[in-house]
Ligand binder design. Structure first.
Ligand SMILES: Cc1cc2nc3c(=O)[nH]c(=O)nc-3n(C[C@H](O)[C@H](O)[C@H](O)COP(=O)(O)O)c2cc1C
Length: 189
C-alpha cells in the first residue's frame, strides 16, 4: 500500500483550498492509500535565515539550524511514496507559509540530502479571484520541485468558476494518482 503526504496551505479551514484537499484525500483513501495530511498554517515553520555567507550550513549538514517543526515535516515528505501539494493562490503565487517551508526544504534537499529526488507529485492551486494566478502559482511550485528532482504528474487549477465540476475531478485525480503510484509512471522529463 502506498503512502501519500497531502501538504496544504490556507489560513481558511472551510474555503476552496480545504475543499480541494478533502476531495483529493477522499479519492486517495477510497483507492486504499494511506494519507498523511499536513496543514502548513498550523505548523511552526520560520523562514530561512540565509545564515553564514548565504549558503548556510545546510548544504553541508543537510539539516536546518532553526529548531521548529520543519524537520518533522521534511521527514514525513521524505518517507512518503507520493506528495500532493495544495496551496491557496496569493499574489499569483503559493502562500507565505508554503514559501517559508519550500525555501528551507529546497536548501536542505537540493544541495545535500536528495531525499525528494524522483518523487512523483500532484500540484493543486486554488484561487478565488480571476483564477489567472493559478498558472503562475503552479509554475513557481514546479520550478522548486524540479530543483529537488521531483516530477509533476498533474497540475490542477481550482477556481470559483470551475469548482462545481473540478472538485469531483479532484476525487478522481486522487484515485488515479493512487493507482499510478502502485503501477508506475511512464512520464519523464
Ligand atoms: C493576500 C491575498 C492575495 C490573493 N491573490 C490572489 C491572486 O493573485 N489571484 C487570485 O485569483 N486570487 C487571489 N486571492 C484570492 C484567493 O486565492 C482566494 O481567497 C482563495 O479562495 C483562497 O483560498 P481559500 O478559499 O482556501 O481561502 C488572494 C487572496 C488573498 C488573501
Amino acid at each position: 500500500m502506498s503512502k501519500v503526504a497531502v501538504i496544504w496551505s490556507s489560513p481558511n479551514n472551510d474555503g476552496l483550498t480545504a475543499s480541494a484537499k478533502d476531495r483529493v484525500i477522499k479519492g486517495l483513501t477510497e483507492a486504499g492509500t494511506e494519507v498523511e495530511e499536513i496543514q502548513l498554517n498550523k505548523k511552526h515553520v520560520e523562514h530561512c535565515r540565509a545564515c553564514g555567507n548565504g549558503w548556510g550550513t545546510c548544504n553541508k549538514t543537510g539539516s536546518c539550524v532553526i529548531k521548529d517543526e520543519f524537520a518533522d515535516i521534511y521527514r514525513s515528505l521524505a518517507e512518503a511514496d507520493g506528495i500532493v501539494w495544495i496551496s491557496a493562490v496569493y499574489w499569483s503565487d503559493m502562500t507565505e507559509a508554503f514559501k517559508a517551508f519550500f525555501d528551507r526544504l529546497r536548501r536542505c534537499d537540493a544541495t545535500k540530502n536528495h531525499l525528494m529526488a524522483d518523487k512523483r507529485c500532484v500540484l493543486v492551486a486554488c484561487a478565488g479571484g480571476t483564477g489567472r494566478g493559478t498558472l503562475e502559482c503552479l509554475t513557481q511550485f514546479e520550478r522548486g520541485l524540479s530543483h529537488m528532482g521531483m516530477r509533476v504528474y498533474d497540475r490542477i487549477s481550482v477556481v470559483r468558476y470551475n469548482k462545481d465540476y473540478i472538485l469531483g475531478a479532484l476525487e478522481e485525480a486522487g484515485k488515479t494518482y493512487a493507482k499510478t503510484l502502485e503501477t508506475g509512471f511512464d512520464m519523464y522529463y
